[in-house]
Each structure stands twice: as structure tokens, then as C-alpha cells.
Design a protein around this ligand. Structure first.
Ligand SMILES: [Zn+2]
Ligand SMILES: [Zn+2]
Length: 88
């Protein structure tokens, strides 16, 4: 698999080192964004708490920007991450 952004923006065939966890696009070392991702533990009292240590998410730049906006709306990176976990 090659990097989608390199192919689209620069007409380069560059091997991908990861796949975006959101859109599935191949991303090279220059186009990937690695960020911590806290899994959410739910209790019987319907409270939710982030689990440490955080796991890892790899996103392309397009999806990373979307997540930054979503985190702003949710007010918390952990809350936004929990939404993703709920989607399965
Ligand atoms: Zn690239
Ligand atoms: Zn993506």
C-alpha cells in the first residue's frame, strides 16, 4: 500500500508505514499523526473513566484535523474517544 496523500498531492508513489484508523488510507512517515487514545471503562453506575496507559492511534492529516474539531465540540479528547469506542 502507498501513501494516499503523497499520491494525490505530489503524484509520488511512496510506501505507507501505517493505515489511518479513521478512513483507512495508507500514510507515510511524513503524513501520519500519532496520538494517544484513552480507552473508556464504564462502571455499573454509568460513570466513565479513561484507562491508563493510553493506547495509540494513527491518523492521516485530514482525519487528525477532523478530530481536533470534534474534540473542541466535545470539550474533551477522552469524551470524543469514547464516542468512537461506542461506534465499535
Ligand atoms: Zn505521504
Ligand atoms: Zn484518515
Amino acid at each position: 500500500m502507498n501513501c494516499l496523500d503523497c499520491a494525490r498531492d505530489h503524484q509520488l508513489q511512496r510506501p505507507a508505514v501505517a493505515a489511518c484508523s479513521e478512513c483507512g488510507a495508507g500514510v507515510c512517515e511524513d503524513h501520519l499523526i500519532v496520538r494517544p487514545h484513552h480507552l473508556i471503562r464504564s462502571s455499573v453506575l454509568f460513570t466513565q473513566a479513561p484507562v491508563d496507559p493510553p493506547t495509540r492511534r494513527v491518523d492521516c492529516r485530514t482525519c487528525a484535523v477532523g478530530w481536533q474539531v470534534a474534540d473542541g465540540y466535545a470539550g474533551s479528547r477522552d469524551l470524543a474517544a469514547g464516542t468512537v469506542a461506542d461506534r465499535g
